[in-house]
Ligand binder design. Structure first.
Ligand code: PHE
Length: 337
């Protein structure tokens, strides 16, 4: 008799735990606890036992009934929760997946860091088109059609008089045509030149242009603003020097060198043993540029500068190949926060 009780309990246990819906669970209740069910059947067999065994098996059967009833109730609880859930139920208590967080591209980071310093000096950011006309890219900047200096700004022509701007300086002319001095602007953006691509050349790169125009703007203001920029960006100890140079749209013109940020000025392979690195071109706005935008060069003066962002980023982060910026290798890009 005990064996039979045990066998019914095992069988009921496995059938109940395998039930997948409330209907089959109800069938199991009938099968085991119903009036003609398996437990009732065992109760029926009590009658044929010797009187002294009846109380023991009677109480065994009662507790079997209780245990099966508990299993049925537990399973019923489980099934009615999942039956109540919609098919597309989302368990909000599960731990989520963390989306990978992107990083700023090193060129964007460099542009933002450069612009931040000039914003701190009261400049405002202005942008202009990448598809330009010969007029803004050259003529308005005192670079006549047949002038050899056009070679220095080798250019992608599109058609007619349209081209891809070879520097950000055309935005100087566009801005001055519309606005009156005094003002201080910086112009970040992409520029294009048909250079063969190698470790230090790319046919598309970035510049930040600066232009300050007012009544008494002097070369001393130019030196002051750029010295502040260099020390803030490269560090207080960095030395700055202005070397005479030529640009058609500025007079006088200069190139700015900083003491090599790799070797500190003692000479290394990055600065070619010179101890200095050239980072930008600048000068006092040429009177012909003012005339082209209908400003009176007797009344206003100004300074302008243009820096190569890619080169500055390479120096700042010790990158030896400009192509790394444009290959989208995540292992490279993820290093910049
Ligand atoms: N436009 C020049 C270049 O691309 C840089 C420059 C800008 C120089 C403004 C002087 C003044 O090389």
């Amino acid at each position: 008799m005990l064996d039979k009780i045990k066998a019914v309990e095992v069988e009921a246990g496995s059938e109940i735990s395998a039930a997948t819906d409330l209907k089959s669970l109800d069938d199991l209740r009938v099968k085991y606890l119903g009036r003609k069910g398996r437990v009732a059947e065992l109760f029926g067999q009590l009658a044929s036992l010797p009187p002294q065994d009846k109380p023991k098996f009677g109480s065994e059967l009662n507790s079997l009934k209780t245990r099966i009833d508990e299993l049925l109730k537990a399973k019923q609880g489980e099934l009615s929760v999942s039956a109540a859930l919609p098919k597309d139920f989302v368990d909000l208590t599960l731990p989520g997946f963390k989306p990978p967080i992107g990083t700023r591209h090193p060129i964007i980071k460099t542009i933002e860091d450069i612009c931040d310093i000039f914003l701190g000096m009261g400049f405002k950011i202005v942008e202009g088109p990448e598809i330009e006309t010969e007029f803004y890219n050259f003529e308005a900047l005192n670079i006549p059609l047949d002038h050899p200096s056009r070679d220095a700004f080798d250019t992608f022509y599109i058609k007619d008089k349209y081209l891809l701007r070879s520097h950000t300086s055309p935005v100087q002319a566009r801005f001055m045509e519309k606005e009156k001095p005094p003002f201080k602007i910086i112009v970040p953006g992409k520029v294009y030149r048909p250079d063969a691509v190698d470790a230090s050349h790319s046919f598309m790169f970035h510049q930040v242009e600066g232009l300050v125009v007012g009544e008494d703007v002097t070369f001393a203001d130019l030196k002051g603003a750029l010295s502040v920029f260099v020390k803030e960006y490269f560090g207080e100890k960095t030395k700055v020097r202005f070397r005479p140079h030529y640009f058609p749209f500025t007079e006088p013109s200069a190139e700015v060198d900083v003491s090599c940020i790799i070797c500190g000025g003692s000479g290394c392979s990055v600065c070619g043993k010179k101890g200095w690195l050239e980072i930008l071109g600048c000068g006092m706005v040429h009177p012909n540029v003012f005339k082209a935008v209908k400003y009176n060069p007797e009344k206003v003066t100004g300074f302008a500068f243009g820096m190569g962002v890619d080169r500055i980023a390479m120096l700042k982060y010790g990158i030896n190949d400009i192509r790394l910026f444009y290959e989208n290798d995540m292992r490279f890009l993820e290093q910049f926060k």
